[in-house]
Design a protein around this ligand. Sequence first.
Ligand SMILES: [Fe+2]
Length: 227
Amino acid sequence: MKRSEINQIIRQAEQFLAQYHFHLPAFAQWTPHHWQSQGQNALEVVQNALGWDVTDFGLDDFAHKGVLLFTLRNGTLEQLAQGAGKVYCEKILICQPDQLVLHHFHKAKTEDIINRAGGRLEVVLHQANLAGEITPEDITVSVDGLSKTVKMGGIIVLEPGESITLEPYQYHQFRALESAVLVGEVSTVNDDANDNFFLEPVGRFPEIEEDELPYRLLCNEYSKFID
Ligand SMILES: [Fe+2]
C-alpha cells in the first residue's frame, strides 16, 4: 500500500469514530515526531503492538479485501499462561460495505466480534479441523448468550448492538453490508504474529511504499522510529 493511502484511511477513520463519539487513547494522536522523542516511555504500547493497524492482507485491493483496526489494549502471552494480569485484548475495526476480512481462524484466541454501531455485519462461518482444513460440520456459536447452529458456510448477520463469540478453530469471514460498521473485538490476548490462520495464504501487514510522510505510525512500526 502507498503511505498516502494509509494516511487517508486513518484520517477517514478518525472522522468515522468521531461521528459515533468513540474516543481513542492519547497515543492514537501521536505523530512520528512524538514517537521519536517520547516513544521510549510507552513500552507497553510498543511491546504489545497497540495502536493503528491497516491491512490489505498484501493483496493491494483494500476497498474489497482489507480492514482498519485500532488495538486499545492487549496483554502478553506470559500473562495469559499465568492466568493473571492483562489476559485480554480490545480492538475496534472499521468495516466498509463489501470489504472482506478474509476467512481465518485462531488456534488460541477466543474473540467476541461486536457490532458497535453503523450498518449490519455479516459473519460467514466454517469449522476447521486440527490441520486448518474446512470440515462439513455444523457450527454452534453464541450470539449474545443465545446458542445458534448453522451449516458449513452459514451466515450470521449482526445488527448494531449484537455480538458473536468465536471459539478457536472456527473460521470467520466478515464484511459490512449496506453501510460501514464500527466493530468491536474483545478477546483473550492477541498474538498477531503467530495466531492468525487464513484459508488462503495472505500477508498480515502491508508492504508500504513511502510516497509521503506518515500521518500516524502503524502498530508494527514503532521500533523503526524510536530513538
Ligand atoms: Fe479473528
